[in-house]
Write a protein that binds this ligand. Sequence first.
Ligand SMILES: [Zn+2]
Length: 683
Amino acid sequence: MNVLLEPWSGPFGGVPPFDRVRVEDFKPALEAAMDEQLREIERIASDPAPATFENTIAAMERGGRAFDRVTSIYGIFAGTMRSPSFQEVEREMEPKLAQFCDRIVQNEKLFARIAAVYEARETSGLTPEQQRLVWLKYTEFARSGARLGAAEKRELSEINQRLATLYTQFSQNVLADENAYTLFLEDERDLAGLPESVRAAAAAAAEERGHRGRWAILNTRSSVEPFLTYSGRRNLRERVWRTFTSRGDNGDTHDNKRIIADIVRLRDARAKLLGYPSHAHWRLEMSMAKTPRQAIALMEEFWKPAVARVAEEVAEMQAIADREGAGHAIEPWDYRYYAEKVRKEKYHLDENEVMPYLQLENLREAMFWVAGELLDLNFRPLFGIPVYHPDVRVWEVSDGAGRHVALFYLDPYARADKVSGAWMNAYRNQERFEREVTTIVSNNANFVKGRPGEPVLVSWGDATTLFHEFGHALHGLSSNVNYPSLSGTNVDRDYVEFPSQLLESWLMTPEVLGRFARHYRTGEPIPKSLVERIERASKFNKGFENVEYLSSALVDMHLHLDPARAGDVVAFERETLASLGMPRQMTMRHRLPHFGHLFSGDSYSAGYYSYLWADTLSADAFEAFTEAHGPYDKKVAERLREYVFSTGNTVDPAESYRAFRGRDAVIEALMRKRGFGGSLARQ
Ligand SMILES: [Zn+2]
């Protein structure tokens, strides 16, 4: 039997059989699992008994288990082990998977039964969680075209298959450009300004790629950003910046512009078919923001003060450049470099001074410690659990009473076949409607591995990302629900980023820094004066950060509201940024030709605003702690666990938040967090 189809064996209710996975098994396993689930669905749909929650909704929750197991490992490989042979499987299987989903959604007998259970949901003795599950299933089916006529359903399914193919092409192109354009430096003088840790990582990266004795600047964020921050070689900064911001935009076989135009056009056609004015309207209907107008209104609150702040930042940087006789204006490839100089001069804070205290291994221990303080969770390393790569490590998570809660996998390092960025995923959802099933979650990042035996030192920004992803992990592994579809992080995007962004705030707490930020050579804790300087500098460079993010989020939303202009995405991008008043010294965090959030799948399309939306919640929620006894206040933490981290999608997010906070979130907390005055908020 195909190992991917087998029930997982081993401890803790079974673990993924990574030691026996072969790429050639994916296709037959996916096909067999789809067939099996279609047979299950047919049985449910043609049940002669009248439709009930039990024989329809619960039966669907019970089914598809082989499919869940296969697609779980398939998804893990798509993120972390995306070899050329695996990419071939993706190209073949993605449209088939889209077609498979549509066959379920478009099964008329099945939808009639779901609709019958939905109609009777308030009078059939269901629990609130069951009612929500029924509502969610019904709404998802309806939103995916279950109510359309036969011809429209066929058209919709063709669009979805075509989109699946385009998403795969898009993300494979970005990965190709990240691998194809590595800058190898041969002359030590080209390393001017780079701190020792960045040099060591670049040397290790070059050696790994068969260029011993040289230094590799990879075309990925975790390699590019430190280079742009420290390199004193302006021509190389410009080259690295241009290469990085041109991913997917090189006019070659991996160019994404045509693909984006097709994606946007097809999404618009799909939205119209489903009865929505635009893809953005369709996408936001189930979110907290509800409408594009509300999402844009929030972004605009922050846009003006952020742009004004950039002007101040540029003026400060230009003054330094002029004083040093640089003889040029600040360009986008200069921003990080001069910002770092301002940070040193104004806040007496040198990122190089901070990094020796931020060891990856210690930060991980810090996250585990925070999980213990806030959620009463303990982490114990496990050995001998199968992993797909030797860099991956596994921990058992248990609660204060010693009960098993979850497994946590961590895959921290960059590899050629790994998608860049950082993310969390659930290998298995928590549930208990038939029997207790514990969850398995993972965190993934792209830290550049140091030399063997050397600790990996990370920047403050990367440490924040680590905490962010761990917030998603905690959200997943705190799940305490009955049905797997409502479990953990199965909530809309503009709510799912709330627990993750919230957790970032604990990195800065003196409790964490005092215990875990220790110098990698001397073991000395980070000096108090340095922590104070970090705190003072925490509002530093917020113009840059906000404009970089907001420009990306606004372009995303406007593109999906105005699809007719997607034919030339570069022109669209340029014109939209001009009309927004984008500062000329900056570019978007993600330009459209490599904006994976939008075009590697549906999930963050017309949804990049979600980070801002969710951050209004996280800033406001953190103030619940500071208004009480501080970040480790047990009572507030308990409310957070009860109403936010453990509830999955069993409750409407707005209600969950209200139950936690006693009121709705207010925008002022985020204005304070980002260092924008209350008066600016009203402009
Ligand atoms: Zn996130």
